[in-house]
Design a protein around this ligand. Structure first.
Ligand code: C2E
Ligand code: CA
Ligand code: CA
Ligand code: CA
Length: 276
C-alpha cells in the first residue's frame, strides 16, 4: 500500500507537470498568435422580431498554423488566466471597429450593431474607456453601433471602478449587454447597479421547454419594466424560436437563424441586402 501511495504521488506530480507544460506551451503559442495577428473574427447574426438583421455577435477564433481553426473555448480561458485577454481583446475590438466603419457605407449593414465579448480584465483597466474612444475615432466607427457583452462574473469583484468605466463608455454612446443572463448569482443586483441596455438570456433557458420557459417569460417581464432589451441566444429549433417570440424577446440568435461565419463571409451573405 505504501508503494502504491508513492506511485500515486509520483504520477500526480508528473501529470501536474504535464499540465503545467501544456499551459506554458499554450501561453507561448498564444503570444506568437498575437504577434502574428492570427486571431480572426467570426460573426453570428441577430434578428429582430420581424426577421430583419439587426446585429451580430463577434466571436474570436484562432487561425493556427498547424492546428487550423481553434475555437474560443480552447484559448479564452487560458488568455484570461495569463492576462493575454487584454491585448487579444484589443485586437478583436480594433477589427470590430474597422468592420463597423466599412459597413457604415453599406445600405444593408449600415445600421447593424456588433456585439463584442469583453473580459473583466479589459473593463477594469482605467485606460479602457479612453482606448475604446481612440479606436472609434481612429477607425471612424460610430459608438452607437458598438455593444459590449459582459458576463455576470464581471460583477463579482470591485464594482465601483467597473461601473464608472461603463458609464464613461455609455456616455460616448457604447451599449452594454449582460451575457448568459440567469446563469450566475448576482443577476438581479447587476440590473440595477450597472448601465445596461440589454440582457442575453442564457441558452440553457431558451432550449428548455418547461421550467426554462417560465424563466424566459419572467426575464422578459423584468427587462420590460427596467427598459432593457432582451436577446434570446442558442435558438436551435423552430419551436424554440416560436417560444422566444411568444415570450416577447426583442432579438434572436442561434444556429437555426445563422451560424457564426468569418467576417468576410458575413459581409458577403448579409451585405447585399435584406434576405440576401
Ligand atoms: P458566449 O459569449 O456565450 O457566445 C456564444 C457561444 O455559443 C459561441 O461559442 C457560439 O458559437 C455558440 N452558439 C451560438 N449559437 C448557438 C446555438 O444555437 N447553439 C449552441 N449550442 N451554441 C451556439 P464560441 O464562439 O465557441 O465562444 C465561446 C465563448 O468564448 C463565448 O461564449 C464567449 O464567452 C467567449 N468568447 C468568444 N470570443 C471572445 C472574445 O473575443 N473575447 C472574450 N473575452 N471572450 C470571447
Ligand atoms: Ca457573448
Ligand atoms: Ca452567451
Ligand atoms: Ca457563455
Amino acid at each position: 500500500a505504501k508503494g502504491d501511495g508513492r506511485n500515486t504521488a509520483r504520477f500526480f506530480d508528473q501529470s501536474m507537470q504535464a499540465a503545467a507544460d501544456r499551459q506554458a506551451a499554450l501561453d507561448s503559442a498564444l503570444r506568437d498568435g498575437l504577434a502574428g495577428r492570427q486571431f480572426v473574427l467570426f460573426c453570428q447574426p441577430q434578428f429582430d422580431r420581424a426577421g430583419c438583421l439587426v446585429g451580430a455577435e463577434v466571436l474570436a477564433r484562432w487561425q493556427h498554423r498547424e492546428h487550423g481553426l481553434v475555437g474560443a473555448r480552447e484559448f479564452i480561458g487560458q488568455a484570461e488566466t495569463t492576462g493575454l485577454i487584454v491585448p487579444l481583446g484589443l485586437q478583436v475590438l480594433e477589427e470590430t471597429c474597422r468592420a463597423l466603419a466599412r459597413w457604415s457605407a453599406l445600405p444593408a449593414l449600415g445600421r447593424v450593431k456588433l456585439a463584442v465579448n469583453v473580459s473583466v480584465q479589459q473593463l477594469r483597466d482605467p485606460d479602457f474607456p479612453r482606448t475604446v474612444a481612440a479606436l472609434l475615432a481612429a477607425t471612424g466607427a460610430s459608438a452607437d453601433r458598438l455593444c459590449l457583452e459582459l458576463t455576470e462574473s464581471v460583477f463579482a469583484g470591485n464594482v465601483q471602478g467597473l461601473s464608472l468605466h461603463m458609464r464613461q463608455l455609455r456616455d460616448q454612446g457604447v451599449a452594454f449587454s449582460l451575457d448568459d443572463f440567469g446563469s450566475g448569482q448576482s443577476s438581479l443586483a447587476c440590473l440595477l447597479r450597472f448601465p445596461l441596455a440589454a440582457v442575453k438570456i442564457d441558452r440553457a433557458f431558451v432550449q428548455d421547454g418547461d421550467a426554462g420557459g417560465a424563466i424566459v417569460e419572467a426575464i422578459v417581464a423584468l427587462a420590460r419594466k427596467l427598459g432593457l432589451e432582451v436577446v434570446a441566444e442558442g435558438v436551435e429549433q423552430e419551436a424554440q424560436r416560436r417560444f422566444a417570440l411568444a415570450c416577447g424577446c426583442d432579438a434572436l440568435q442561434g444556429y437555426l437563424l445563422g451560424r457564426p461565419v468569418p467576417l468576410d463571409e458575413f459581409e458577403r451573405l448579409y451585405g447585399a441586402g435584406p434576405n440576401a
